[in-house]
Structures are given as C-alpha cells and as structure tokens.
Write a protein that binds this ligand. Structure first.
Ligand SMILES: Nc1nc2c(c(=O)[nH]1)N[C@H]1C(S)=C(S)[C@@H](COP(=O)(O)OP(=O)(O)OC[C@H]3O[C@@H](n4cnc5c(=O)[nH]c(N)nc54)[C@H](O)[C@@H]3O)O[C@H]1N2
Ligand SMILES: Nc1nc2c(c(=O)[nH]1)N[C@H]1C(S)=C(S)[C@@H](COP(=O)(O)OP(=O)(O)OC[C@H]3O[C@@H](n4cnc5c(=O)[nH]c(N)nc54)[C@H](O)[C@@H]3O)O[C@H]1N2
Ligand code: SF4
Ligand SMILES: [Mo]
Length: 693
C-alpha cells in the first residue's frame, strides 16, 4: 500500500457544499464521506456526494481550455493553451473596454460563500456588473423576507432540531436535500415534531408528513390569507411578541377579513376544516414552529406576496429567535471575532451603476440575471458586450434556451468557466476548465449561523487535466488586463494568510476539523432586545421600503388561470440523485435516474387515452417533445410534473445525450416573465398541451 492521507474539505457536487473528509492514496481519491466532526453530518453524504468519485475520474469533462472555431454552438473547437486562451479573452476585453467602458463586462455566478473572489475580480476590472442566479431561485422569498424583517432569507436559519411543527410549501426537503437539514428534521420527527406538507403532488416528503395537503397550483397565497384570518380572528398569535415587535397588525386584520377558510377552500381545493385545524394546531405549539420560506413559492407572478405571507405567519407565531423557530444567523462580529479581510478591500470602488440599478419597470433589488439579459438584448441602459458565466449555466437554468441564444448573440465575448461541458459553455467562445472541488482550494469564507465559523475547501489531489483553480484564473485575467496589482497573491496560502490577518486564526488551525468555530456556544439574541434591519427596527407588515418603490404591502389575491382542456401547468423539481442540469452524465447517477418522466393525473391520462408507462407528446409555443408518462392520482389534475435538468444536447456527454425532456425548452416566451415586485423568474406560469404520442 502507498501513502494515505485524509483531507477535510467541502463537497462540490451541489451548491449545499457539505463538509467532507477525503481519503487519498498515492494521489488518487479512494473514499469520500461526510466530515465526522460536524454535528448533523457525522460521516453522512448524499448519493450525489458519493458520486464525486465518478465525477472526478470521468473523462467526459473539459480537459484543457477550448476556443471556438465554428459558429456559436456548432461544437467546433480548438484545443488551446492557457496562454492562448487568456490572450484571446484579454484581447476582446480590451477592445470592448475601449469602445464601451469596463461596465460593458459582466460576470454572473452561482453566488454562495466564495463570491468575494468574483466580486473583487469585477471590481479589479472596473465593472459594477457582478450578478448572480438568485432571480431563478430564491429572489422573491429573499426580498419578501427583507421587506418584513430587514433580513434576507439566508440570514434566518431554521432550528429544526428543537421544533414542534414544520409547515412546508413545496419544500421537498427529503429529495431537494441538504444533508444536515435532512438529519436534523429526521431527529425532530423522531422526537415527536409534526410535519405538514403542502404540494401539488405527493413527493417523498409528503410520504413522511403527518399531514399532506394537495393544493391547486399557484394558490398558496389564498391558503395563507385564510390561515392568517383564522389566527387573527381567534387570537391564536403570540400577543406579547406581536405587540412588541410587529407593526401594521390593524391593517392586516382588515385586509384578511374577507379571506375566510370557505373562500380559500374554493381557491385551493383544501377543505375549510383542514385550514382551521392547521391554524389551531400550529399555533398551539408556538413559538417553536416553522413556516418554511422555501423556494417553490418563488416561481409564480404573485410569489412575492405568497412568500411574504409565510413570513407574516412566522411573525404571528412569535418564532423569530425562539427555540425551534427561525434563528437570525450570526456572523464573526456577533461572536466578538474579527471577520476575514475582503480581497476587494484595497481595490477602488467602481463609479458606474450596475446595469439594473435604474431599469424601467424595475422590481425590488438589483443584480437580477434576467435584467442582464434585457440589457444584452436591448443595449439599454448601456451595452453589455462580454459575459463570464462562472460556475453558472444560464442556458440550462433560465427559460427558453433559443431566446437566450438570440440575446447572447449580441455579445462580443462569452466565456464559461466550468468543470463540466455546460449548455452555456457549449454556446460560448471560450471554455476555461476549472480544477474540480477535489483538485483545488478555495478562498476562505465565514459561515454565518448560530455558531459562526470559518470554512475551508482544501485541495485533496492534483488536477488530472490542464485546469486551474478559480483564484488563479481570475488573477491571470486581471494581470493580462493590467490590473495585476489588485491580485498580488501567488498561492492560495498567500490569499488565506491575507484573509486571516488580524483574526488570530492560523492556516494550521483548520487541520484538526476542517473549519474553525468562532463561538463555543450558539449565540442567541435577547428576545426582549431584538434588532430588525427595517426603518422602524420592527417587523413591518406595512413596509415603507415597498411603498417607496410604489409597491403594495398587502396585495389582493388574484386567482391563477385555470388551464384549458388538454392543457396543464408545467411544474418541475428535483430528485435526490441529481443536481440541476449538471449531474445527468455522471456514471453512477445516470444509472440510477437516466431520464425524466411526465407525472400526469390518472383521470386526465384516461381522458387523453394515455396509459401509465405510455408515451405523450408535450408541446408549448413552437416546441414539442415526447416523454414517458407516469399516470398517478398523486398529482393535481391542473398540473403535469417533470424532473428538471434532463435532455442534454451536448454530444460529448454521451451517457445523458438526448435522454429525457428539457423543461426549459417548454418554458418558451418566459425568459423575461418575472414577479413584478421580487423579480424572480415566473417559471410556473407555463402551460403545456399534452397528447398521446
Ligand atoms: N438533490 C438535489 N437537491 C437540491 C438541489 C438539486 O439540484 N438536487 N438544488 C438545491 C436548490 S438550488 C434549491 S433552490 C432547492 C429547491 O428545493 P425545493 O423547492 O424543495 O425543490 P423542488 O424539487 O424544486 O420542489 C419544488 C416542489 O414544489 C412543488 N410545487 C409546484 N407548484 C407548487 C405550488 O403552487 N404550491 C406548492 N405548495 N407546491 C408547488 C413541486 O411539485 C415540487 O415538488 O433544492 C436544493 N437541493
Ligand atoms: N426549469 C427550471 N429551471 C430552473 C430550475 C428548475 O427546477 N426548473 N431550478 C432553478 C434553481 S432553484 C437554480 S438554483 C438554478 C441553478 O442553475 P445553475 O446555477 O446554472 O446550476 P448548477 O447546477 O448549480 O450549476 C451551474 C454550473 O456550475 C458548474 N459547476 C459545478 N461545480 C463547479 C465548480 O466547482 N467550478 C466551476 N467553475 N463550475 C462548476 C456546473 O457544471 C454547471 O454547469 O436553476 C434554476 N432554473
Ligand atoms: S447535499 Fe450531497 S451533493 Fe450536495 S454538497 Fe451535500 S453531500 Fe454534496
Ligand atoms: Mo436554487
């Protein structure tokens, strides 16, 4: 046997980034498991995490920089050295900057803990245009939460371990999973906590719930208004908490007066009796209860208000900073520690405004990827000519790939920095392969939470192909652009030492467990002295910041459109064994779930003459595809459902090539359809017709 070592790092098979322990023998990864030192993880990993080995040793991923030789998307490439690729990129960037200024360069990434690097890179180039994926994910929820509490959704953790009742709206926790969260929820259920699950179909989470309520698609807001109605009418709320910390209760009370349970029954299909029981049942366990903000309510045109109603329910339960409720995440400062230095600290501020700062008809917030597309398409408010997609695949994750490609054709430079061949990479001018999560280290990051800590992703093995870590790629580009002085580091250790300077923490402190905790105990705020980052310092049901932007705080409910006969709302979601559109080609994961099927209500299937296991033709606005049908009573008759991320069209990924159907192709015409307040992409406003194939 050769030399064996054990490295603590972070999984990279999805954006959750669970802590891991990697066993390396003779420079090869032999074993990956959850970091045994981390409570809630204790060695466990999900299937995707375990398939990290197959990902690492796959040959069907980019092995060197590639420069396009044929038309965009033609699949004609030449192999390039890093020198050639960087020369090509900087040549284009210089031309673009000369003609349009540095603000014509944009970068979008998948956000997360390491964005200090990408934000600093953009700052070094002199562009304000750092954007992220969040308009396709939790944006509405985030902004809804902010408008009430002054904190974003990510600033609030869920104390599952101590909770008494969890209410989930399409938050499919056991399939769309985070390892630690799953373990904590399972512990809570074992200790007697209740789980209420609301979805348009019965998922694995539904099967573990005490109560599953099947809801008509897009009507969660009606359900919540009726819940609030009951809670106020019967004074089931936390009176002390609400009188101390919540403003706008009188307005809320008159607003929900008409939204009674019998009214909501007609909208949602959930019996009035169930709604009343749920309101009473959850309230009986307050404040140790959780109405989960989730993500899936973030995908209709009224998702901002349905998400906001979830946080109103939380406020009424008085569960903020309460055991078993929502806990405000604490950072280094809360632990009395010094935070990490930012790589951008010494780079001059950019004067130009981000592209969507003053866009016409603008939603709340900035940095929305959809607005970047708008600017690329129209040249307004100013032209965007270069786009870096880093750890991000918009062509696979935003609606309507064809409309996107037309828009992206206005660019003079499209670069994808990825570990896979992504759809965006395939359409780009240059692909730069990043070293995989097992082959690289990342910059350090502070993980906020009840016990804040500094986390480290640490290289376990050498890159197998001609790839580089992100910090080096961005450093080399800034050097080529004459801004090298802003990235003076020559190794990741130099970066780490710079980040840690003055914190009292050393690189070697990470050896024992892979992270460094900044507090020995969970930090809780005094419930008598809470702080909300709103103008009044309280939870604002009527929000001045919304009013300032001319948006209502309490918007009337609008009933979603019912689909025509033979037509259905297209819903989508995840399986526990795949990550978005990036894992379908993984040897192991492909074997477990090689393609997607269409969930169709069995009675609707019968009307259409389609049998369980038969084939259907699904069409929307100029696009049709065939897919196998799962006819089942466990989905609402107004919707069909398919897993997201299938239907890969990149021939170099041979195992997943043309397997299954791509949901985003059916979402044609929806690229710029967003919730008007939160700005989140309204994917679920998609109707498809279904016929027997
Ligand atoms: N395995 C795995 N886990 C993941 C990810 C992954 O790719 N793979 N991705 C991560 C990411 S980025 C995210 S954002 C989360 C997403 O986490 P979730 O939002 O929990 O994930 P989805 O699987 O998209 O599930 C959405 C559910 O909403 C339901 N739904 C659709 N319309 C409605 C409606 O009108 N009302 C209600 N109540 N339900 C509705 C759908 O039927 C579906 O079951 O998962 C994370 N975890
Ligand atoms: N129709 C439909 N659209 C959706 C969704 C849906 O369910 N249905 N889900 C939405 C949601 S919630 C989200 S969050 C988005 C997600 O959309 P994306 O953020 O685009 O998806 P990811 O799968 O996280 O990965 C993006 C890219 O990062 C690459 N990557 C992975 N690891 C690394 C790495 O270490 N380095 C580099 N450089 N690249 C890496 C992957 O190969 C992939 O090409 O999609 C959204 N779009
Ligand atoms: S949830 Fe699974 S794939 Fe995602 S980071 Fe954790 S172990 Fe890795
Ligand atoms: Mo997401």
């Amino acid at each position: 046997m050769g030399e064996t070592s054990s490295v603590y790092s972070m999984c990279g098979m999805c954006a959750v980034r669970c802590p891991i322990r990697v066993e390396v023998e003779d420079g090869m990864v032999k074993w990956i498991e959850g970091n045994p030192h981390v409570p809630g993880i204790e060695g466990s990993l999900c299937a995707k995490g375990s398939a990290g080995l197959a990902f690492e040793y796959d040959t069907e991923r980019p092995q060197h920089p590639m420069i396009r030789t044929g038309p965009r998307g033609s699949g004609q490439w030449k192999k390039a050295t890093w020198g050639e690729a960087l020369e090509f990129i900087s040549g284009k960037l210089k031309e673009i900057t000369k003609k349009h200024g540095a603000k014509a360069i944009a970068l979008a990434d998948r956000s997360g803990p390491f964005t200090d690097l990408t934000k600093s890179f953009m700052k070094a180039l002199g562009s304000p245009n750092y954007l992220d994926h969040d308009a396709t994910c939790g944006k509405n929820v985030n902004i809804a939460c902010q408008s009430l509490l002054g904190y974003g959704r990510g600033d609030l953790g869920y104390d599952f371990t101590n909770t008494k009742h969890i209410v989930l709206y399409g938050r499919n926790v056991f399939e769309s999973l985070q390892v630690k969260e799953v373990n904590n929820i399972l512990d809570a259920l074992e200790a007697g906590a209740k789980l209420t699950y609301i979805d348009i179909r019965a998922t694995v989470t539904a099967s573990k719930a005490d109560k599953f309520l099947m809801i008509r698609p897009g009507t969660d807001y009606a359900l919540n208004l009726a819940l609030i109605h009951v809670i106020l009418k019967e004074r089931l709320y936390d009176v002390d908490f609400v009188s101390k910390w919540v403003t706008g209760l009188a307005e809320l009370e008159s607003f929900v007066a008409a939204y009674t349970p019998p009214w909501a029954e007609k909208e949602t299909g959930i019996p009035a009796r169930e709604i009343i029981d749920l309101a009473r049942d959850v309230s009986a366990s307050k404040p140790g209860v959780i109405f989960h903000g989730g993500w899936m309510l973030a995908r209709y045109v009224d998702s901002f208000y349905s998400s906001r109603s979830i946080y109103i329910l939380n406020a009424l339960m008085g569960n903020i900073e309460a055991k078993g409720g929502l806990i405000i995440a604490k950072g280094a400062k809360d632990a009395g520690a010094k935070s990490l230095h930012s790589l951008g600290e010494n780079i001059p501020e950019v004067k130009d405004k981000i592209v969507d700062a003053e866009m016409a008809g603008k939603s709340m917030g900035t940095g929305h990827i959809v607005n970047l597309y708008k600017a690329i398409r129209t040249g307004q408010p100013y032209p965007i000519k270069a786009f870096f997609a880093y750890r991000y695949d918009p062509i696979a994750s935003l609606p309507d790939p064809e409309a996107q490609k037309k828009t992206l054709d206005n660019l003079e430079l499209l670069v994808s920095i990825d570990v896979n061949y992504s759809e965006t990479g395939w359409y780009s001018d240059v692909i730069l392969p990043e070293a995989t999560y097992l082959e690289r280290s990342n910059i350090l990051s502070v993980q906020k939470g009840p016990k804040p800590s500094i986390i480290m992703r640490k290289q376990a093995i050498s890159p197998r192909y001609d790839s580089k870590p992100a910090w080096e790629i961005f450093k080399l580009i800034t050097e080529q652009m004459g801004s090298g002085k802003y990235f003076p580091y020559n190794s990741i250790e130099e970066i780490w030492n710079y980040q840690l300077d003055g914190t009292g923490v050393k690189i070697s402190d990470f050896d024992a467990k892979g992270s460094v905790s900044l507090s020995s105990k969970p930090i809780m705020m005094d419930r008598a002295a809470l702080k909300f980052n709103t103008p009044s310092g309280k939870i604002e049901i009527v929000s001045p910041s919304l009013a300032k932007s001319k948006f209502e705080s309490l918007a009337p409910y609008v009933s979603p459109k019912k689909p025509d006969v033979g037509s259905f709302r297209l819903a989508f979601g995840r399986t526990a064994v795949h990550t978005h559109a990036q894992s379908q080609n993984n040897v192991y994961l492909n074997e477990i779930v090689p393609e997607n099927v269409l969930w169709l209500n069995d009675e609707e299937a019968e009307k259409l003459g389609i049998k369980d296991g038969g084939m259907a033709m699904v069409s929307a606005d100029g696009y049709s595809g065939t897919i196998k049908v799962k006819a089942t009573p466990f989905i609402h008759p107004e919707a069909v459902f398919m897993l997201h991320g299938f239907g890969n069209e990149i021939p170099l990924k041979t195992r997943s090539f043309k397997k299954g159907l791509r949901d985003t192709k059916l979402e044609s015409g929806l690229l710029e359809t967003v919730d008007p307040v939160g700005g989140g992409v309204a994917y679920l406003e998609c109707m498809v017709s279904v016929k027997k194939a």
